[in-house]
Write a protein that binds this ligand. Structure first.
Ligand code: ADP
Ligand code: MG
Length: 224
């Protein structure tokens, strides 16, 4: 099991009280499979991804990423785990405006400390990933020279740069038209199988569910 959430509860401060965003949520995502998460706005979908990404620590319960019980890690340990084993794709492709598509990917290797031979390996990997997402010809372009769909594909390639075990994707097609959204989904599903990632996809688009191995519905912080 590459991603495991066991009995996870998360609350946020809410005036004088607490708001329960996740209520005893359990989730198991094997390698090479895609789990779709659907539910109304405010039901806890993004909170679920934030906890799985170790960006937010739950009040209780266990989050196990690639065999590592994240509750045992300190802040630096969690940052290292995110860098090395978790790929995150947010709704908006937050690319750096001054960098080319290729450089957006190389930054990830740089942050992971790649130097010397590792640097040229990273370059080869970045080019391979851009090719896998159909963007080899655009490797030298900056974000403003790419379409919305192309930017989102760079975003996905970047998330895969450090070969993550877990891929967390939050409504990746909300800024795209239907056709480009469908192409991004095809890509995510095929990368999940070919790279063996444990992928969690939050979506509001029912057509995406065709690609999912499992479906989780979340309502008021409860998963079913
Ligand atoms: P979804 O992604 O399904 O729309 P979220 O996980 O973003 O839902 O939010 C779940 C609930 O938690 C909502 O009621 C939201 O207002 C609340 N919430 C989310 N993030 C925070 C936060 N940082 N502080 C306080 N409340 C939050
Ligand atoms: Mg959300």
């Amino acid at each position: 099991m590459t991603l495991l959430l066991d009995d996870v509860t998360l609350t946020y401060a809410d005036g004088d009280g607490r708001l329960t965003a996740l209520d005893a949520v359990g989730l198991e995502v094997p390698a090479g499979t895609l789990t779709a998460v659907v539910g109304p706005s405010g039901s806890g979908k993004s909170s679920l991804l934030a906890v799985a990404a170790t960006l937010v620590t739950p009040d209780s319960g266990r989050v196990v990423v690639d065999g590592v019980d994240t509750g045992r890690l300190d802040r630096a340990g969690r940052a290292a785990l995110r860098r090395d084993r978790v790929g995150i794709v947010f709704q908006q492709p937050n690319l750096l405006p001054s960098l080319t598509a290729l450089e957006q990917l190389l930054v990830m290797a740089h942050l992971a400390g790649a130097a010397g031979a590792a640097r040229s390996r990273a370059r080869a990997r970045a080019l391979e990933l851009l090719d896998a997402v159909g963007l080899a010809p655009q490797a030298g372009r900056r974000p403003h020279q790419l379409s919305g769909g192309q930017r989102q594909r760079v975003n996905i390639a970047r998330a895969l740069m450090n070969d993550p075990a877990v891929l967390l994707v939050d409504e990746p097609t909300s800024a795209l038209d239907h056709e480009r959204g469908a192409a991004v989904l095809d890509l995510l599903a095929s990368l999940t199988r070919s790279r063996g990632t444990a992928t969690v996809l939050v979506t509001h688009d029912r057509t995406h569910l065709d690609h999912a191995d499992r479906l989780v519905t979340i309502r008021d912080g409860r998963a079913s």
